[in-house]
Write a protein that binds this ligand. Structure first.
Ligand SMILES: Cc1cc2nc3c(=O)[nH]c(=O)nc-3n(C[C@H](O)[C@H](O)[C@H](O)COP(=O)(O)O)c2cc1C
Length: 188
């Protein structure tokens, strides 16, 4: 059921880093993005795949994790992602990606959940440094990084009341709580 899959597709930020994700699995995920909607069917997205410690170590330092958790700097060694998919806009195809990268990201995240994986969409990226360290050419605009792995954290969805705090938080058992607005509060 699609609602069950969407509900299971949470943002995970702690993983079993020793769990390997094969390049073939990443290709299957990107194939789901390839089949997704694209504004004007222009398909300007390109995808950079990483699943080796050498590449992963070049990507990780350029990402910012969980901005609301002020006393947490992101996953420690051993709990870092096993793989990344970097979404790029090929400006030689079209100057912008419209909403394509959001749609592609969700397709990838849903497909990852179906495979028993999890991850996090990351927009808070030190783009210039990432471009330099990966040698990404100037015509490819860095849009989003998807961090992927075998999740080791528990995420709990909860309802937020009108005027309530939408910031996610972690409890003493490191359960990550995500407040979602209620259906009746988002319908006009
Ligand atoms: C476009 C976009 C950018 C995001 N950027 C970041 C980010 O830079 N760092 C991060 O830790 N999480 C990031 N997230 C994850 C959100 O924080 C997360 O979706 C939100 O807290 C709700 O949790 P949920 O995905 O489990 O519903 C991003 C999500 C989206 C959709």
């Amino acid at each position: 059921m699609i609602k069950e899959l969407i509900t299971k597709t949470r943002s995970y930020r702690r993983f079993e880093e020793s769990y390997a994700i094969k390049r073939e699995e990443l290709l299957e995920l990107v194939d789901c993005a390839r089949l997704s909607a694209s504004a004007g069917n222009r398909q300007p997205l390109k995808f950079l795949l990483a699943n080796t410690s050498e590449l992963n170590n070049k990507i990780f330092p350029h990402l910012a994790w969980a901005g609301y958790l002020k006393d947490w700097d992101g996953p420690q060694a051993g709990e870092r992602p096993s793989a990344y998919v970097i979404l790029l806009c090929d400006t030689q195809v079209h100057p912008n990606a419209d909403c394509d990268h959001g749609i592609a990201s969700q397709s990838i995240m849903l497909a990852a959940t179906e495979k028993g994986l999890g991850g996090c969409i990351i927009a808070s990226i030190k783009r210039d440094a990432l471009r330099r360290d990966l040698g990404i050419p100037p015509h490819l605009e860095i849009l989003l990084v998807l961090a992927l792995g075998l999740p080791v954290e528990k995420v709990a969805l909860e309802e937020v009341q009108p005027g309530g705090d939408i910031r996610y938080w972690r409890d003493a058992d490191a359960v990550h709580h995500v407040p979602k607005r209620r259906l009746e509060d988002i319908i006009l």
